[in-house]
Design a protein around this ligand. Structure first.
Ligand code: ATP
Ligand code: MG
Length: 251
């Protein structure tokens, strides 16, 4: 059985008195450990879809289930990492990472011990006493990833997590994320605007159409990792996706 089932999900919003359809009948099964990237024109509903899976937004119709259980709200089995660095500015790295454990009522020594494992995993062991304003963008996103993973979620939902980073840091973060993913074997739903990033990371790329957002194409990437960004196979897939996206802009 798939870990996540997205079944006939539509979402309508009322904006300025008019109804608009952000998502239309999106259906998708995602397996345990699958790395799925979503790509599509701005406004096609990628963030909305992720927020529905997170349980932060309710679909107008359709449903999402995790392990056969319908999703009705946020839960610790789904960790989120956003584009904006959503750390607490008044908490240091150790306290940011341990936030979810604190909510669960875990005592301080256990919380700190577990948080330290994840801080080490993202390579920030020397920075656990630092505050967010003392960290670079890449470091802040590492903290956000550690904070999502420390709760041992089944799935991690990432909305353009590296969008604000420079190209060099972004490449490093992609490689780091793959290392963590292959180690922890989490299911990942990852939204990006970068075709190259999607091809470097994903098992499956979902291409979405412009408003209302639907699934336009689904591409399985069977190239072994680490992938060479300029290999002929990668170039071939890039051409196909760019063509898909171009036809979407022209429609
Ligand atoms: N709370 C809301 N109320 C009204 N309209 C909304 C709301 N949230 C999203 N929308 C609209 O739904 C559509 C999809 O938005 P969404 O943020 O999901 O797009 P996106 O694919 O993530 O875009 P981007 O690539 O720019 O991040 C947009 O037209 C947006 O204006
Ligand atoms: Mg978005």
């Amino acid at each position: 059985m798939a870990l996540l089932e997205i079944v006939g999900v539509s979402k309508r919003f009322i904006a300025e008195g008019k109804q608009m359809e952000a998502l239309k009948e999106v259906s998708l099964s995602i397996d345990e450990r699958e790395f799925v990237c979503f790509i599509g024109p701005s406004g096609c509903g990628k963030t909305t879809l992720l927020r529905i899976v997170a349980g932060l937004v309710e679909p107008s119709s359709g449903w999402v289930s995790l392990d056969g259980q319908p999703i009705t709200g946020p839960g610790p089995e789904r960790g989120m990492v956003f584009q904006e660095y959503s750390l607490f500015p008044w908490r240091n790295v150790l306290e940011n990472v341990g936030f979810g454990l604190e909510l669960k009522g875990m005592d301080r020594p256990s919380r700190e011990a577990l948080s330290r494992q994840y801080i080490e995993m993202v390579g920030l062991e020397r920075f656990e006493q630092r505050f967010p304003h003392e960290l670079s963008g890449g470091m802040k996103q590492r903290v956000a990833i550690a904070r999502a993973l420390v709760n041992e979620p089944r799935a991690i939902l990432m909305d353009e997590p590296f969008g604000a980073l420079d190209a060099q840091t972004r490449n490093t973060m992609q490689t780091e994320l793959l290392r963590i993913w292959s180690d922890k074997r989490k299911t990942v739903l990852f939204v990006t605007h970068s075709v190259d990033e999607a091809i470097y990371l994903a098992d499956t790329i979902i291409i979405m159409s412009a408003r209302p957002g639907r699934i336009k194409d689904r591409i399985e990437i069977n190239i072994p990792r680490p992938r060479v960004r300029t290999s002929p196979e990668v170039n071939g897939i890039r051409d196909r996706i760019l063509q898909d996206l171009r036809s979407e802009m022209e429609d």
